[in-house]
Each structure stands twice: as C-alpha cells, then as structure tokens.
Ligand binder design. Structure first.
Ligand code: SAH
Ligand code: SF4
Length: 349
C-alpha cells in the first residue's frame, strides 16, 4: 500500500498518460478528475460512470486521500465544529460559522502548526504534517454538505484560518485555492475566500505573484518588534520592516486592501503606545483592522483585554479614520473559536 501514489497529485495530463499505459480511453481522465475534485463522494468505487475494471486498476495503483468527517459538535450560538480524519489517521478540524448574511467555513492547512504562537491552542499540538491540496478542498466540500444538511443552505465564504500556517504549506494551499475557484473545481469566486497568515514576507510576495484574487489577512498582534516576538517567537526571523515591505508590494501588485488581525491581550498589547504603533504600521499599507477578543487557552497566562480597553482601541482607530471591526468570538463553548481548534479533542483521544 505504501508505494501507491496519492491520486490527486496527478495532473490531468499525467492521468491521461497513465490511462494510455493501462489501455484505457483518454476521456476517462476528465470523468475521474471530476469525481476527485468536484463531487461529494469518498471512494473510487463511488465513481459510478467508471467501469469496474478501471476502478480496480485505479485502486491497485493509487490512494485517494479523501478526508472523512468523523464527528461534529453544535455550539449554543449554532457554530459547528467538525473533526476530520485524514487517510493516515491524522486529525484536523474545520468550523462552520453561520451569521445573518453568511455561512462561513473555517478550514485548516496543516495538522498542528510549527509556528507555535504562545496564545494559540493549535501551536501547542505536535506538528504532524502539511495537508495535501485535496485535503484542503475536501473540507470545503464536506462543510458545504454539512451546512446544507444542518442549516438548509450552503457555504457563502471560506476563511483559511483553521489549524496551521498556510504560507508554510504554500504549494498545496495555492493549488487548493486554484481548485476551489476554477471551473474544474468548485467554481467559487476568490473574493469569498480569505487567507490568514502569521506573515512570512517571501510567502506574501509569492501569493501576490500568483494573482489568486483572495483576501489577505495578517496576524500582526503587535506592531512593536520585541512584543511581537514574545507572542510569536517565530517572528524573530522576520522584522516588521520586512513584513511591511512585503505587504506594500502585495497591495501594489494586487490593488487589494489587506486586513490586519490584532488579538486584544490585557497589559500586553492594549496600551496607547501599542495603538499608536499599530496605527503607524497600518497607515503605511492602508490596511483595515480587525480586533480579535482573546479566547483563553490552557498553559498560557495571557488574559483578554477588558471590554473598556477594546472600546478605547475601537474609538482610537475610528477617530483616525481607519476601517476597524471587532470580531465576534464564536463557538467558545465547544472550543471552536479561533485558536481553540483541537484543544479538547486531541487531549481526549
Ligand atoms: N496561521 C494563520 C491562520 C490560522 S490562526 C495565522 O496565524 O493567521 C487564525 C487566527 O486565529 C489568527 O489571527 C490567530 O492569531 C487567531 N488566534 C489564535 N489563537 C487565538 C486565541 N487563543 N484567541 C483568539 N484568536 C486566536
Ligand atoms: Fe500557527 Fe496561526 Fe496558531 Fe500561530 S496562530 S500557532 S501561526 S495556527
């Protein structure tokens, strides 16, 4: 079994070559690709328009790394946390966040995360591996299906803000976005997708060059280098100056407005000095600001900022004419809110 190739790493042309070698018709490639990337099926045997003999050959040569929805929990605010098992038994999570106008899925790009931000539950888990492009796309297909079943309507938006750092799984994340947005995939508008990153300058430039058209959000959390390094030790490798340069290039190439995500942490990054530093950073790149209430996690002493402090921050940025929003914490009772993914589940298994 181990020498079998993952079927979704094949391009349409390599699949056609494989079919020719196995004396099969080339038009089967398109049929197989459609099953692999567009449909809510889980096994090669479910490819009903493919003859049994060819299905058998496919099974003998390939593994289909299809995610399996293991279980899900419903929060009192209707947020759903879904747990997926990967073909090698790794576990990841996805979330559905219903609101008045939107049905948003939050999806993962890695099992665990090597970045290890001190405030994030995913960062406390062992990093297992990058997800394949197919495993990233499957989460959208499966959460869309679950959303239809539970809420009677499909997804409207996708945020790549679940487990993992997407720019450390660059190739697969880019391929997944292309599949989600292309005609051969799920035909989504890229404007309905937001990618959140801890901010890796070379990755941001690469994204700009791909012209994917998705929205970009940067987890900044402090515009003061030493404080940012305390929260995100990984940020020692990248100065805020380099990050800002990359973001400027990103807006120059894409003409898109970037969102800065900023966790509100008591006595850590919520003073007037912090707000001033953030406003300097954000004004240089003409960014919008999303303030995020901190969801406390185990083994971390950080505390959420008070409602008054958050309100002061909001007023400060409104006064300076920034577009500023406060993100609502959702699904806190089932650990589905940002940074709590997998916190409970993986400890329970
Ligand atoms: N690795 C990417 C995407 C996944 S994290 C990134 O860091 O951007 C998605 C968002 O959840 C980030 O903005 C992250 O800072 C935030 N987050 C992590 N832990 C959190 C917590 N305990 N409370 C609130 N938000 C958190
Ligand atoms: Fe990784 Fe993002 Fe969590 Fe940091 S916040 S550990 S980058 S998932």
């Amino acid at each position: 079994m181990n020498d079998k190739q993952l079927i979704r790493t094949l391009s349409p042309d390599t699949l056609k070559n494989w079919l020719a070698e196995h004396k099969e018709k080339p038009f089967r490639a398109q049929q197989i690709m459609s099953w692999l990337w567009q449909k809510d099926v889980h096994a090669i045997d479910d490819m009903t328009n493919i003859p049994e003999t060819l299905r058998l050959k496919l099974q003998q040569s390939f593994i289909w790394d299809r995610t399996q929805l293991l279980s899900f929990q419903l929060s009192s605010d209707k947020t759903i946390k879904a747990v997926f098992k990967l073909y090698d038994d790794a576990i990841i999570e996805g979330v559905i966040i219903p609101s008045d106008k939107r049905m948003t899925a939050c999806i993962s790009t890695q099992a665990g995360c090597p970045v290890k931000c001190v405030f994030c539950a995913t960062g406390q888990l062992k990093f297992i591996r990058n997800l394949s492009a197919g495993e990233i796309v499957d989460q959208v297909v499966d959460l869309n299906q679950l959303s239809q079943e539970r809420f009677g309507k499909g997804l409207t938006n996708v945020v790549i803000m679940g487990m993992g750092e997407p720019l450390l799984n660059m190739e697969n994340t880019i391929m997944a976005i292309k599949k989600i947005t292309s005609d051969e995939g799920l035909r989504w508008s890229p404007r309905r997708i937001t990618l959140s990153t801890v901010g890796i300058p070379e990755g941001i430039i690469r994204l700009a060059n791909e012209h994917l058209g998705v929205n970009l959000a940067i987890s900044l959390h402090s515009a003061i280098q030493e404080k940012r390094e305390k929260l995100i030790p990984f940020a020692k490798k990248y100065s805020l100056v380099d990050l800002q340069t990359a973001l400027k290039q990103y807006t120059y190439f894409t003409h898109q407005k970037i969102t800065i995500e900023y966790l509100m942490l008591q006595d850590m990054n919520d003073s007037i000095t912090d707000a001033t530093a953030l406003s300097h950073f954000a004004s240089q790149i003409n960014a919008k600001i999303n303030l995020i209430p901190f969801n406390p996690i185990d083994h971390c002493n950080l505390q959420p900022s008070s409602a008054i402090k958050i309100e002061e921050f909001m007023s400060f940025f409104k006064y300076k004419n920034f577009t500023v929003r406060l993100r609502k914490g959702r699904g806190v009772d089932i650990d589905a809110a940002c940074g709590q993914l997998a916190n409970k589940f993986l400890k329970d298994v």
